[in-house]
Every structure is written in C-alpha cells, then in structure tokens.
Design a protein around this ligand. Structure first.
Ligand code: FAD
Ligand code: 2HG
Ligand code: ZN
Length: 516
C-alpha cells in the first residue's frame, strides 16, 4: 500500500530502471556549500552534507513531491531572497557544472519540481513580496514566490481577483503556476497564463537577468520571449518576478450543482449553459460517480442533492449585475428542465454555499490521493470524445485483469474521471495499491496513444515534468521538438536546468519504439 512515512518512499532513481545519473554534473562538495553560504543569508542554505538528522528531515519535504510518487536525493536547498542572489547562485552552478531544480510550492503533479538524483534545489519561497498593484489597469507585480491564495486575498481587498484558481492555491506560488502554465478552475472564463501574464523577470542558467517585467497589455515589438518561460517548467531559467493582469472581482456570483445519468446529457447541459449564460459563465466542471465515491469515503463530503447519479456538474457564473444574472440563470434552468437533461439541480443561496460546492469539486484530487498511489492524467481532448477515455481505460485495465472492482486483491482500486469539461480537459485518476512499474507501463503510453488517436494532447495543464517528457513525441512533431531543443541549447547550453525531464535525450519517438 502507498506509504505516508516519507522516509519509506522509494528514490526515483531506484524506482525507474531507465534513469541514469549524468556524470557530466559535478557532485556537491563542502567548498560549493561554503560559496552559497557566503552569498545567501545563513538560514537560507539547507545542507545535509554534515549528516545532521534534522537537516535530512527538513530536506525530505523538498525532495518529495505532493503525490509522494517521486523522491530525489538532493543534499542542498538554496532559498535566495532577491533576483541578484538567484543570479549569483545560477552563475556559480553553471560555471561548476552543478545541476539545478527550481522549486516553488512543490504542488506539481508530474515530478518536475523535485530532483531525480542530487540536483541542487533552488526554491523561490523566500521571494514573496508584492511589488506593485495598479488599481486602474489591474496589473499586479510580485515576486515569483508569492503564494497564489495570498495574491488572491491581496487583490480581493482592492476589488479585483486573480484570473487563476485551483485546489492547490494555499501552497502553490505564482512562479510555479507560470512555469507549469497552470490552467485551473476558471480558465473557461479568464483564459490562459499566456494571455494574462504581461511581463516576467527571469534569470537564465548563466546568471544573466532578462528584464521583461512589462505591464503593457499590447506589445508587437519582436518575438514575445516571455512566452517561452510560460510552461517551460524550470528548464530555461528561474522566474523571479511576474506582472499579471487581474480582472475586477464579480459583483454577482451564482453556482448550480446538477446531476445527470449520461455523458450525452452532460454535453447537452454544457451546450445549454453556453447558450443561456454566455458572457457570464465562469466555470463548467464535472466529476463522475467513481470520483464521487472517493469524496464520500475519504472527505466525508456530500453533494447537495437527494439522490446519487452517474455524473455531477458544477456551473458557475460571474457577472456585475445580480438581477441580470438571475434572469439568465432562470432561463438556463428552465431550458434544462424542458429538455429533461438533468435529474436534479440545486442553486446556491449565497457565497458560502457557492464555496461549499467548490470544496466538493476541489476535494476530488485529494480524495483520490487518500485512496492509494494515484496515476494522474490531465488530457486535453475534443469535448465530444472526452469521456470515452475513462470508459476505454476501465475496460482496458479490466481486460488486463488488474482492475477487478469488488475484489480486494485488485491492483487497481478506482478509475475516477473529473475536470474542466468547458475547456476540453479531463482528469483520469487511477488509484492503485502502490506505484508499481508494471502498472505504470500498462497504463502508459496506452492512455497517451488513445488520446493522440482521438486528436488530443497528453497534457492540458499539469505539464510534462519527469512523467511525460519521454512521451512528448506523441503530442508534438519532430520538427517542433527540434526547435524546442534549439531553444534549450541557446538558453541553457550546459543543460544544468531541471535535467532528465521535459526534453530528455531518450524519447519515445516512433510507435515501433514501444508497440510491437
Ligand atoms: P512547483 O510544483 O514547485 O513547480 C512546478 C514546475 O515549475 C517545476 O518543473 C519547477 O521546476 C518549475 N518552477 C517552479 N518555480 C519556478 C520558477 N520560479 N522559475 C522557473 N521554474 C519554476 N494544476 C492546474 O493546472 N490546475 C489545477 O486545477 C490544479 N489543481 C491542483 C490541485 C491539487 C490538490 C494539487 C496538489 C495540484 C494541482 N495542480 C493544478 C498542480 C499544481 O498545483 C500546479 O502545477 C501549480 O501551478 C504548481 O505550482 P507550484 O508553485 O507548486 O510549482
Ligand atoms: C484539478 O483539476 C487539478 O482538480 C488536479 O488539476 C487534478 O490531481 C489531479 O489529477
Ligand atoms: Zn485540473
């Protein structure tokens, strides 16, 4: 069974037999550590070279990811407090061939934020100040290590909201969000970080600072270099400051919880919502009965409906006029009733109840993780076929005889489906007894090929990291991967930034590499 004892978690390097440490990287010495101590505040260098049990324990939480799936062996965490300190750290690492993993909130779900071997962790958590907020344009400028929920609270007090929201907001940081090109719960309305991020300050591997902290919405002067760092997952440099556009906080918020018995009906509800709620719809999320069974079991939460059903839908609106929004909501609910596509529905009475609806949706990934070792997928697939991947994977795992519902000895315990239907982005969470390589190899790349064959891509929002880098060729043609590699070569020629991930040398490029 999956363990909660951090010290028992297997090292990534031992678990994945194909990973080999690149001996071009130097191993950490006391001399290196002395240098970092000379440029950073004393408490901001956490090093276990001296074998202290306390620092070893402290390092565990930087070496192990949120899922407890990946465990690195870094002996050094650096917590710079300024761009200049980040620059000095990186310049030294580059000159001394020391590999680096940038880290923020360590809530990433693809093994990108923790080391594979002994890479040095550079955390931005000590860089967490708000630099500026312009209440005319709504542009917020802050350090990369600001926690998302803190930014939300800050702008909310001023009548604005952060355009990004997700279940991990209490610990993820804006630099990590930008680096992973996070999507989240309100992407449907507020769009991607590629459009909301206006400027970035980034330190390159050689220590050079790229000052592109623009606050302008429009800029047609040359290549948009900052876009390269949005979703680069720490492979091109370290983001130190972010300027992001924040919209006005909505004056009217409504939410509806619905249940239905078929995927066709979920789609019909979505179409009706788009038609009747148009400009005020802010989210359209779903989870299925398998996901809900875990929410009940592990979170003791229940949907505000009388009966259970196959699918649950959460629709939310953001608007500026309550009466206008209520009228729209009324026409949406009438249309749903007339077409008989929902079995039950419940409209939130106030903000507190809206929040309680969201807690149920946001608790799905947490409930899945409490259920065992979870293989998590964030597939982007055209809406018409999106749920078929859940149906296919259940059948496939049953046929492989590893998923035997009702049998206590079954290796796979649950296959939950949920996510951001309005954005064509589904999460498949396959909970198992343990992170066995056998089950991993059974699921992957099968699930990625199914996705590719149905015109989807293997990641809609969580990114590639260690988990999916080797499968990049399933979603991107060789010509594009070669351009990506050229960019990497220009910005990080010594490959010190987040190695073994994202663009690993060994990649599955042809079907014949893995399929007979
Ligand atoms: P980390 O996990 O620390 O790092 C993520 C990646 O970025 C790593 O590759 C790291 O090396 C790199 N990185 C971090 N900081 C920097 C920096 N300053 N400069 C350069 N590179 C850097 N994700 C979604 O997209 N949508 C969701 O709805 C969502 N919900 C989640 C719910 C839960 C309960 C959990 C646990 C996770 C969820 N996630 C979601 C995944 C995760 O929270 C996001 O990927 C988040 O953006 C990661 O931010 P972080 O600060 O934790 O980054
Ligand atoms: C969500 O939408 C997150 O809740 C997490 O992206 C998904 O854990 C997951 O698989
Ligand atoms: Zn998600």
């Amino acid at each position: 069974m999956a363990t909660n004892n951090l010290e028992e978690i297997e090292f990534t390097a031992n678990h994945y037999s194909n990973l080999i440490r690149d001996e071009r990287y130097n191993r950490l010495t006391k001399e290196h550590v002395e240098y970092f101590k000379s440029i950073l505040p004393k408490d901001n260098v956490i090093c276990s070279l001296d074998d202290s049990e306390e620092t070893k324990k402290e390092l565990l939480k930087y070496n192990i990811d949120w899922m407890k799936k990946y465990r690195g062996q870094s002996q050094l965490v650096l917590l710079p407090t300024s761009t200049d300190e980040v620059s000095q750290c990186l310049r030294y690492c580059n000159e001394n061939n020391l590999a680096v993993v940038p880290q923020s909130g360590n809530s990433g779900l693809v093994g990108g934020s923790v080391p594979v071997f002994d890479e040095i962790i550079i955390s931005t958590k000590a860089m967490n100040k708000i630099i500026d907020f312009d209440d005319v344009s709504g542009v917020l400028t802050c350090n990369a290590g600001c926690v998302l929920a803190d930014l939300e609270a800050y702008v909310e007090e001023r009548g604005f909201m952060v355009p990004l929201d997700m279940g991990s907001k209490k610990y993820c940081c804006i630099g990590g969000n930008v680096s992973s090109n996070a999507g989240g719960l309100r992407y449907l309305r507020y769009g991607s970080l590629h459009s909301n991020v206006l400027g970035l300050e980034v330190v390159l591997a050689n220590g050079q600072v790229i000052d592109n902290l623009s606050k302008l919405r429009k800029d047609s002067t040359g290549y948009d270099i900052k876009q390269l760092f949005i979703g680069a997952e720490g492979t091109l440099g370290i983001i130190t400051n972010v300027a992001i556009s924040t919209p006005r906080k909505p004056k009217a918020v409504n939410a509806v919880f619905l249940s239905t018995d078929s995927w066709e009906n979920v789609q019909a509800i979505y179409k009706t919502a788009k038609e009747h709620l148009q400009e005020i719809i802010s989210a359209f999320e779903f989870f299925d009965e398998d996901a809900y069974s875990l929410v009940k079991q592990h979170m003791q939460l229940q949907v505000p409906l009388k009966e259970e059903n196959k699918f649950y839908v959460l629709v939310e609106t953001h608007g500026s006029n309550k009466q206008h929004d209520n009228e729209k909501l009324h026409s949406f609910l009438e249309a749903i009733k007339t077409s008989n596509v929902a079995r039950e529905g419940y409209v939130s009475k106030d903000d507190q109840q809206t929040r309680s609806f969201w807690i149920i949706r946001e608790s799905v990934p947490v409930a899945c993780s409490k259920n065992g070792a979870v293989f998590k997928y964030d597939l982007s697939i055209p809406i018409a076929q999106i749920y078929d991947v859940a149906i296919y994977m259940r059948k496939y795992l049953k046929e492989a005889n590893v998923y035997r519902p009702g049998d206590e000895t079954s290796e796979v315990i649950n296959v939950a489906a949920y996510g951001h239907i309005g954005d064509g982005n589904i999460h498949i969470n396959i909970s198992c007894k343990s992170y066995s390589e056998e089950i991993a190899n059974l699921i992957e790349p099968e699930i990625f090929y199914w996705t590719r064959d149905h015109n989807g891509v293997i990641s809609g929002e969580h990114g590639l990291g260690l988990m999916k880098g080797k499968y990049l060729a399933i979603s991107k043609p060789g010509s594009m991967i070669r351009i990506m590699e050229s960019i990497k070569n220009i910005l990080d020629p010594n490959y010190i930034m987040n190695p073994y991930k994202y663009l690993p040398k060994k990649r599955i490029t042809r079907l014949s590499d893995i399929r007979s």
